[in-house]
Design a protein around this ligand. Structure first.
Ligand SMILES: [Zn+2]
Ligand SMILES: [Zn+2]
Length: 115
């Protein structure tokens, strides 16, 4: 795939979990990766929706999944799904990381907190 504005395949992900949730002890349902800067944030079903907040605040429209086995791209600028290039590894969170996660921060009644 040729170079696309808003997608930078060289940038590795920021880490195994949502940047903001990890900063204050939150938890997430699924993880999303910013295709431009590698920011890992939680999905729109998660309590805090940090991936969308990052896309909005940073002006980075392309989000891709950080879940094993998923490889779609989505643009918040167009509300459409796309195929995208392989990004710098790892392409998903560690396989032993719980979903929702992280295990020690997910409340018993987590389903009630999803959007
Ligand atoms: Zn989060
Ligand atoms: Zn970004």
């Amino acid at each position: 795939m040729s170079e696309v504005a808003g997608i930078n395949p060289q940038v590795p992900p920021s880490g195994p979990g949502c940047v903001e949730c990890d900063a204050y002890g939150g938890w997430w349902f699924h993880l999303r990766r910013c295709a431009e800067c590698g920011h890992i944030g939680c999905c729109d079903s998660s309590p805090s929706q940090h991936a969308s907040a990052h896309a909005r605040e940073a002006g980075h429209p392309f989000i891709t999944s950080y879940e094993p086995g998923e490889n779609w791209f989505w643009s918040s600028a167009t509300d459409e799904f796309y195929d995208g290039p392989s990004l710098a590894p790892p392409e998903h969170h560690p396989l032993d990381q719980a979903v929702p996660g992280p295990a020690d921060r997910v409340p018993q009644d987590w389903k009630r907190h999803l959007h």
